[in-house]
Design a protein around this ligand. Structure first.
Ligand code: ADP
Ligand code: MG
Length: 341
């Protein structure tokens, strides 16, 4: 009789222990959840890793709402209701805490790249209209139109004094080359204190990773083969230190038209007003800072490999350059992260 009671008690204890363990295993189960949307004129996505589905879901919704808010209310030069559009209409104002870092840091890269990045380039971009044109509608603008447009640009017409900004000579600001990187910094600030292991956020050609997936695997960010199709990667960057890393690529394969064998692509050299010819097909910049990774990828594409190196050094950024023959050049820090496919 006693034996039976002990056996029964033993079974009961074992069942409780197993249930307890099962519950622990279940609650420790690593989940990931993705959300995709369209904002900032491109596709955006957020993937979060953690333990609780509900938290991941709420976080993903919050992040996508945040991206849309910044796009529509702060950064877009196209959206009538944004702060930037308001500045472009009124020529002078006090910047909000949301707009100020985007403009100041973009301006710094304009200066440091000596105008290879120019956030007042919109009139020239409009003359080319590469972003909106179709194969049927695209035409090469005539030289006079390009020259006239160049005369309406120049980042030196932006005057910044603390959070006060004014625009001289009717220039307008377009953050199309830096805002997708900036939004990654905004997302990171919102994500870092959440109860998650890590996340990967993408906005067009800019990607941010931080934390971990909690299964010890590294983050892999692919670099596209400029001569290949969309899914064809030349290699990838590997991150496994749990820190925040931002990666932005500017390439001549993203938006372009070929006329008489010449490729007219969407990255314009502000000095000539024509698509940049620096011998490169793409530049991928790696930085802790999302805005700088995005701004520098555009600037370095215009500058070419040699002239980019001091600029990258100044911003403590790394880069992978792919030239028109698909040769790969890297800064020393990028070599440690790059894995050839
Ligand atoms: P993407 O927007 O395709 O991710 P980029 O960050 O390189 O790539 O930004 C390119 C966009 O920036 C172009 O579509 C154009 O609107 C604008 N742009 C092109 N050339 C320049 C330049 N030299 N300086 C500032 N903006 C530019
Ligand atoms: Mg850019």
């Amino acid at each position: 009789m006693k034996k039976k009671i002990y056996a029964f008690l033993g079974m009961a204890v074992l069942t409780i222990v197993l249930l307890f363990l099962y519950d622990r295993i279940k609650s420790n189960k690593n989940e990931s959840l993705s959300k995709y949307d369209f904002a900032m004129g491109t596709s955006v996505s957020v993937v979060t890793y953690g333990e609780k589905h509900d938290k991941l879901e709420n976080t993903n919704n919050e992040i996508v709402d945040l991206i849309k808010y910044y796009d529509e209310k702060v950064l877009s030069w196209r959206s009538d209701s944004s702060e930037l559009a308001n500045l472009n209409k009124n020529d002078s104002m006090m910047m909000s805490k949301e707009l100020e870092p985007a403009v100041k840091k973009s301006y710094a890269v304009c200066e440091d790249s000596e105008g290879a990045l120019d956030i007042t380039l919109r009139p020239v971009l409009n003359v080319w209209n590469i972003e909106q044109a179709t194969n049927e509608s695209f035409t090469i603008p005539d030289e006079d139109a390009i020259e006239d447009a160049i005369n309406k640009t120049g980042y030196k017409n932006i005057i910044i004094d603390e959070n006060n900004i004014s625009l001289k000579n009717d220039v307008i600001i377009d953050l199309g080359s830096t805002a997708k990187g900036y939004i990654l910094d905004v997302c990171y600030d919102a994500l870092k204190d959440k109860d998650i292991y890590g996340a990967i956020v993408t906005a067009g050609g800019s990607v941010m990773v931080f934390g971990s997936k909690d299964d010890k695997s590294e983050w892999k960010i692919g670099i596209r083969n400029p001569k290949g199709n969309e899914g064809d990667m030349i290699g990838y960057l590997s991150f496994n230190d749990n820190q925040k890393h931002c990666v932005s690529t500017s390439g001549d394969y993203e938006k372009y038209f070929i006329v008489d064998g010449v490729r007219y692509h969407h990255i314009i050299d502000p000095k000539t007003g024509y698509p940049a010819k620096s011998g490169l097909s793409s530049v991928t910049v790696i930085s802790e800072d999302g805005l700088y990774s995005d701004a520098l990828s555009t600037a370095c594409y215009v500058l070419g490999y040699e002239k980019s190196l001091p600029l990258l050094e100044k911003y403590d950024a790394q880069a992978v350059f792919i030239d028109n023959e698909n040769n790969i050049y890297m800064t020393s820090g990028a070599k440690k992260l790059f894995v050839k496919q």
